[in-house]
Design a protein around this ligand. Structure first.
Ligand code: SF4
Length: 267
């Protein structure tokens, strides 16, 4: 029987209409519940017999915790790092190589990796940052930036992720920007945000660099008479050549969730 490895694997099998006939608010919530073994795939009435035959109609046994998965993934990434030449990757990735370490600027701060995949850095090492950085070292094509900004949904490989991104990332950023007056100040101070002028006629435009070849442009318009506020994120058109799309998603949503937490701290 085929194995469902994560929530996204389940989600790909669904109609994605959010019709709620399974008593879950969205298909994504249903997919997460299936992956965690709380309900069976067969509880979505639109799943065909062929799919149930392939993946099974009973509840999955939830085999591992997030921590266990994370440790496993990190071990695999470090093993792959051991096999590559960090020095030759450094220049391609917009980094430096010194004393056996590849150093990249992550949000403007040093993040170093040695030949065993061990990390030293000035930034707080959040779980949502490290796997994307190691994947960047392993798989970035090192393509120079074009300066052409596109929304996430226009990146070539974004198809399966675009709707999640709209909700989990842009929605979260917008909610924080609308309610927290410190939002843009925090981006500037904590993440080395740089203001830019006249991008898409936005009231506020900032660029941050989660990775050297992965800049992110945040544009925000304040609400005005009769018009709601508006927030958009843009990436260089090369983004998914320099980092796999799932890692762009992870980085962006990790950042959005961090801002939600910061907003709570600010009260
Ligand atoms: S019933 Fe199926 S299609 Fe409808 S919301 Fe649930 S998972 Fe999505």
């Amino acid at each position: 029987m085929a194995k469902l490895k994560n929530t996204m694997d389940v989600f790909k099998l669904l109609e994605k209409t959010n019709c709620r006939k399974c008593n879950k608010p969205t298909c994504l919530a249903f997919a997460a519940a299936v992956f965690q073994g709380r309900i069976a795939l067969s509880e979505c009435p639109f799943i065909g017999e062929d799919i149930l035959k392939e993946y099974g109609s009973k509840k999955l046994e939830y085999e591992s915790t997030f921590e266990q998965d994370y440790i496993k993934v990190m071990g695999q990434l470090k093993d792959r790092i051991k096999k590559i030449d960090l020095e030759s990757r450094a220049q391609k990735l917009g980094g430096k190589f010194l004393n056996g370490r590849l150093t990249l600027k992550i949000f403007g701060k040093d993040f170093s990796i040695d030949a065993n995949g061990e990390i030293s850095t000035d930034i707080h090492v959040n779980p949502w940052i490290v796997p994307p950085v190691l994947n960047y070292v392993l798989s970035s094509k090192g393509i120079s930036l074009t300066g052409s900004w596109v929304p996430f949904r226009e990146l070539e490989t974004s198809r399966d992720w675009a709707r999640f991104f709209e909700h989990q990332c842009i929605g979260a950023f917008k909610q924080v920007a609308d309610t927290n007056p410190f939002f843009f100040k925090d981006i500037m101070e904590l993440f080395n945000g740089r203001p830019v002028q006249n991008h898409y006629a936005a009231d506020i435009s900032l660029i941050i660099y989660p990775l050297p070849l992965l800049p992110m442009l945040i544009c925000y318009n304040h609400p005005e008479e009769g018009l709601k506020s508006d927030l958009n994120l843009f990436f260089d058109s090369t983004a998914d050549k320099n980092l796999p799309i799932e890692n762009i998603y992870t980085l962006s949503t990790g950042l959005a969730n961090m801002f939600k937490k910061l907003a709570k701290t600010h009260g």
